[in-house]
Design a protein around this ligand. Structure first.
Ligand SMILES: O=C(O)CCC(=O)C(=O)O
Ligand SMILES: [Fe+2]
Length: 233
């Protein structure tokens, strides 16, 4: 894993503020990605398996990790949070919302736990041909962190075709804009969980964002999602 200290956080912050997402290339090595996707069948690591079709979330399957999270996932969650908390705080301030995010992950997690959100939300997803993920927001209780991340565990165009990452941005009184992304294996995509500020002529206004995955045409697609808040159930 790339040392988080060497990541260009200024550029990322700037991209999050202007576009609501940012891609960081090659954070994980190919071997690290393979180990994580290889562990998909390692049942003891997970607390719950969801068939997306059953809940009409799309087509595919995902599994929520148990605590303690695998070392690499815990490390990513803990080391990225403090870089993102100032962005989250700025967003809430620009939108005149009272939410304030503590500087360190541990304190934020205590806030989640105090509200009964104590189940891990990190998840691994697997989609086969025709697999897809309908547009959604990952909210698991009252406490939320407005930025989350997905790690791409295999390679678009080689291991699978189709399966683009889709973001939609809904501006008040307008139709939604779609953003389609195809990160590479090992890349991390940071993106808005629910809403973010956009600068307008009369200050900042709020746009809602959702994310999903377009249909996989062939092969198998693996991703790993890290959400910073914990879940009620
Ligand atoms: O598979 C993906 O790229 C999207 C996963 C997702 O929805 C998430 O991690 O929240
Ligand atoms: Fe999601």
């Amino acid at each position: 894993m790339e040392n988080p200290e060497t990541i260009d956080w200024k550029t990322i912050e700037n991209e999050l503020n202007t576009k609501g997402y940012a891609r960081i290339e090659r954070v994980l090595t190919s071997d690290e990605c393979d180990t994580l996707s290889g562990d998909y069948e390692h049942a003891a690591l997970y607390r719950k398996t969801i068939s997306m079709e059953r809940y009409r979330f799309g087509l595919g399957e995902y599994k929520y990790f148990n605590y303690p999270l695998p070392g690499l996932i815990q490390q990513l969650r803990q080391s990225f949070y403090p870089r993102l908390a100032p962005v989250a705080n700025l967003w809430m301030q620009q939108l005149n919302l009272p939410h304030q995010y503590p500087a360190d992950f541990h304190t934020f997690q205590e806030t989640c736990h105090a509200r009964g959100q104590d189940k891990p939300t990190a998840l691994i997803l697997k989609y086969g041909a025709s697999g897809h993920n309908t547009l959604h927001q990952d909210l698991y209780g009252e406490v939320f962190f407005p930025i989350q991340m997905v790690i791409f565990l295999n390679q678009a165009g080689e291991d699978y075709t189709g399966g683009e990452f889709v973001l939609t941005q809904q501006t008040p009184r307008a139709q939604s804009k779609a953003i389609v992304l195809r990160p590479n294996k090992g890349d991390i995509l940071l993106f808005t969980t629910n809403f973010r500020p956009v600068s307008g002529s009369r200050g900042y206004y709020r746009v809602n964002m959702k994310h999903g995955v377009s249909e996989v045409l062939s092969g198998e697609r693996f991703t790993l999602g890290i959400i910073f808040h914990d879940a009620l159930s």
